[in-house]
Ligand binder design. Structure first.
Ligand code: NAD
Ligand code: ZN
Length: 351
């Protein structure tokens, strides 16, 4: 079969590989819609995970089940399914501790395009299908459904980890598709004021659509000053980091209240250390928490979040700025995500 792969660092291309052989609990799936991710860009062009050779990329897909193993109970060939970016083994101690994202070791719940071939192939293998697949609701298109693989759960994870509560003031730094879903998640959790930090018009507009009350342009000056001016110097309750550089942590520390939460969902692809100023951190006694998390995957999470689309509580269509058709367009989609034209939020390829 054909697949679009990371050949080595800084190098991508089409390769031939045998169709994956599945185990008794697994499913073989063919993609119906895929979306390239900024994480693929970090992996290939920033050496963020180290080298990978001939690894098929991609971890965001809606697909059709082609074959299932003998122990799979709830899925059958022909089913249209959402495939989460995170598809862990569910029997490990990390899963039992509530962190399936790290099943088997740090970040290893992230299988596709990390430790196993991803979804940019004519076929791909989903391990533990009963635990990792969810049926696509009938009234959700494959293009919208693919936003459930990664963008919606990651943004919402940022809002969940920030423990956003009614009426709070939340800052979201970085409003690409992930940050926009963090805005939407914070809004659904009841935030009062949401200050979205981003510079492109299309992203600022989308942020307001998803519930941002204020927008701040990081290219127009220091965001700490701009946010302090907007709040009259009052610190904010929560900060969600979904873009930018390591400097975002220092900025967040300067605007957060005592016992506030800084919730990172950005994939820190380069740089070494994050600086935390001791004074900003209440001389080490400010009860300020910094948490960073890989999105939760698995079936229940996909079923839960797909209800938001099914029952029209969340509209992901403003994210889908570039719609491509055909398996061979995957390369173009990934390069769009790498080069980020100003009118791009997220590309989707239907197959
Ligand atoms: P994106 O690149 O489309 O969005 C990030 C945005 O931040 C861009 O619009 C960029 O212009 C903006 N930005 C750059 N510098 C900035 C600054 N100084 N201040 C504020 N904004 C700035 O990326 P995305 O697809 O939205 O993904 C965001 C991050 O989340 C990526 O690093 C991605 O790899 C990561 N990610 C993490 C998970 C997870 O499970 N935690 C899952 C998916 C993606
Ligand atoms: Zn991703």
């Amino acid at each position: 079969m054909k697949g679009f792969a990371m050949l080595t660092l800084n190098k991508v291309g089409w390769i031939e590989k045998p169709k994956p052989a599945i185990g008794p609990m697994d499913a073989l799936v063919k993609p119906l819609a895929i979306s390239p991710c900024t994480s693929d860009v970090h992996t290939v062009w920033e050496a963020a995970l180290g080298d990978r050779r001939d690894l098929i990329l991609g971890h965001e897909a809606v697909g059709e089940v082609v074959e299932v193993g003998s122990l799979v109970k709830d899925f059958k060939p022909g089913d249209k399914v959402i495939i989460p970016a995170i598809t862990p083994y569910w029997e490990t101690v990390e899963s039992q501790m509530g962190f399936h994202q790290h099943s088997g070791g740090m970040l290893l719940g992230w299988q596709f395009s990390n430790v196993r071939d991803g979804v940019f192939g004519e076929y791909f293998q989903v391990i533990q299908a009963d635990g990792n697949l969810a049926l696509l609701p009938d009234n959700v298109s494959v293009e919208e459904g693919v936003m459930l693989s990664d963008m919606v759960p990651t943004g919402f994870h940022g809002a969940d980890n920030a423990e956003v509560s009614y009426g709070e003031c939340v800052v979201v730094i970085g409003i690409g598709p992930v940050g926009l879903m963090a805005v939407a998640g914070a809004n659904l959790r009841g935030a009062g004021r949401i200050i979205a930090v981003g510079s492109r018009d299309i992203c600022q507009k989308a942020a307001r659509f998803y519930g941002a009350t204020d927008t701040v342009d990081y290219k127009a000056g220091d965001i700490v000053e701009q946010i302090k001016t907007a709040t009259g110097g009052k610190p904010v309750d929560k900060v969600i980091i979904a873009g930018g550089t390591l400097e975002a942590f220092e900025q967040a520390m300067k605007i957060i209240r005592p016992a506030g939460i800084i919730s990172n969902i950005n994939y820190l692809g380069s740089g070494e250390y994050i600086k935390v100023n001791r004074v900003d951190w209440g001389l080490g006694m400010g009860h300020i928490r910094i948490i960073g998390g890989l999105m939760p995957g698995g079936r229940k999470n996909m079923e839960r979040l797909s209800n938001l689309l099914k029952y029209k509580k969340l509209d992901v269509s403003p994210l889908l700025t570039h719609r491509l058709k055909g398996f061979d367009q995957i390369e173009k989609g990934l390069l769009l995500m790498k080069d980020k034209p100003r009118d791009l939020i997220k590309p989707v390829v239907t197959i």
